[in-house]
Ligand binder design. Structure first.
Ligand code: CA
Length: 234
């Protein structure tokens, strides 16, 4: 049997934290609870986790700041953000700070468990090397999928988790068409809810990094009415 996945729950409302711990443990996860932002970062330094469930409103240090702190050293660690605020703007702020997913309070427990499972599954997929290697080269550029570092046409930079995941799927299937639906399902884990437009926005961002002429892409090409295709030899 696989080793139990370790989850850090960062939540200051103790009844909610207890409920989460109880239900996640019942699903077979190992759970540690931190009651504020600073305690969460201390836990992260002392232990290794597979996922963090992070409340946005916390004493001592807020969730956004916790996420940003983690992203300074680790571009990939999976974070599911919880928040009583549920406007599009809050969602966007959370995702921009580096959260992988965002769930508004009050949430239904089955929905949370589903998201947790989805993030961990994507994370397992993402940890696998791409075409048997951690670093993928194309032209003079490269992407290190183990660190998130990349070398675009204008120099080195850090890919976000989602950007790296989009590139990972395209490169894994290089020479084949990848539909927007494939990308949404594999990278975001949603079937509905999210718009295919999200994918297009990510592609535009990635082209700025990897295409000298984003309007005339050489590597990340559009296949009309189908999706996208990565073209390059390693
Ligand atoms: Ca709170």
């Amino acid at each position: 049997m696989d080793q139990a996945k370790k989850i850090l729950v960062v939540e200051d409302e103790s009844h909610l934290a207890k409920g989460l711990k109880f239900n996640l443990e019942r699903e077979g996860y190992e759970v540690v609870v931190a009651g504020d932002g600073k305690a969460a970062l201390e836990c992260m330094r002392e232990h290794t986790f597979d996922l963090m469930i992070l409340d946005l409103m916390l004493p001592r240090m807020g969730g956004i700041e916790v996420a940003k702190n983690i992203r300074k050293n680790d571009t990939r660690f999976p974070i599911l953000m919880l928040s009583a605020k549920s406007t599009e703007e809050d969602r966007a702020t959370g995702l921009e700070a580096g959260a992988d997913d965002y769930l508004a309070k009050p949430f239904h427990l089955p929905e949370l468990l589903l998201r947790v499972k989805g993030i961990l599954r994507r994370w397992d997929w993402y940890k696998q090397p791409v075409l048997g290697q951690d670093i993928f080269h194309f032209g003079k550029m490269w992407i290190n999928f183990a660190t998130g570092k990349a070398n675009g046409w204008s120099g080195e930079f850090l890919l976000t988790v989602k950007e790296a995941q989009v590139m990972k799927l395209l490169i894994t299937k290089k020479g084949q068409v990848v539909t927007r639906e494939d990308l949404l399902k594999t990278v975001w884990g949603y079937d509905r809810e999210m718009e295919t437009r999200t994918v297009d926005n990510f592609i535009a961002r990635l082209r700025k990094h990897f295409e000298k002429k984003p309007q005339k892409p050489q590597y990340i090409v559009t296949v009309r009415e189908k999706g996208y295709q990565f073209n390059a030899d390693s």
